[in-house]
Design a protein. Structure first.
Length: 258
């Protein structure tokens, strides 16, 4: 299963979710392939030892037609990573938005995952609609939309939903999506209000699991760790373990042996 994690609003836990869902999969015996499709490279920076050269990053896949498998690096305790580079910002201006470029990531993943068909793939998207985000949407089986519990995030979720509705005639299928509430604080009435509003709008596409506002979730990226390595007994670790369990129950991911 290929999961893209996307929101046009920053600060909603997009990269944190990619990191910790990947770590949860690894702990379950299914180390994933993570793609950092954001020119800001936050996921790559958490890795700590990702190459800094554009020629060894995801940009080389677009610019030089290098295969994705050539660009993979190991990520201990998580799986494999294809790192980002700030040169990815140039992809829109270099390639435009023709069918070939919009399907490039899907075709590349088809080739790379052909020998590992059971390997999960998680794509950390850039926070804007352009060629990179469209590549992820065209390539993924499911889209996870993190929504922090504030009203601006609720508005951003509506914008994304509208964008997907516009894209679906081109894709010729409905993009399956899951809305994930993040930075959830049970002490704040707004958190529950946002959850109710989200459920009223999107029904069962809203995940039951919420990612609570938690110190371990906030601080683990700064020490190049996922929540499980930082504190496996923390609320954050429990939340991301529950997220994986719910995705498996819904059929969005599989933990069956390769």
């Amino acid at each position: 299963m290929r999961i893209a994690i996307f929101n046009q609003k920053g600060g909603v836990g997009k990269t944190t979710t990619a990191l910790n869902l990947g770590a949860a999969l690894n702990r379950a015996g299914k180390p994933p392939l993570l793609l950092d499709l954001d020119p800001q490279g936050h996921l790559s920076s958490i890795h700590g030892q990702a190459p800094v050269e554009a020629s060894r990053s995801l940009f080389a896949f677009y610019q030089d037609n290098r295969s994705l498998s050539e660009l993979e690096i190991d990520w201990e305790h998580i799986g494999r990573l294809i790192p980002a580079h700030q040169q990815l910002m140039k992809v829109d201006s270099i390639f435009g938005k023709g069918p070939a470029i919009l399907n490039k990531l899907r075709v590349g993943l088809d080739a790379t995952l052909a020998s590992h068909p059971e390997r999960p793939c998680i794509i950390d998207c850039c926070p804007y609609i352009g060629v990179l985000a469209l590549n992820a949407i065209f390539a993924c089986d499911r889209l996870i939309i993190p929504v922090s519990t504030d009203y601006l995030s609720l508005q951003a979720a509506d914008h994304i939903t509208h964008t997907l509705q516009v894209l679906e005639p081109v894709l010729k299928h409905r993009v399956e999506r899951r809305y994930l509430l993040t930075r959830f604080d049970r002490r704040r009435r707004m958190s529950e209000d946002v959850r109710k509003k989200l459920r009223n709008r999107y029904g069962d596409e809203v995940l039951d699991t919420v990612i609570s506002e938690n110190v371990t979730v906030a601080e683990s990226p700064s020490v190049n760790q996922d929540v499980f390595r930082r504190n496996a007994s923390s609320t954050g670790a429990h939340d991301y373990q529950s997220l994986l369990a719910e995705l498996v129950t819904r059929g969005d991911m599989s933990l069956t042996p390769s």
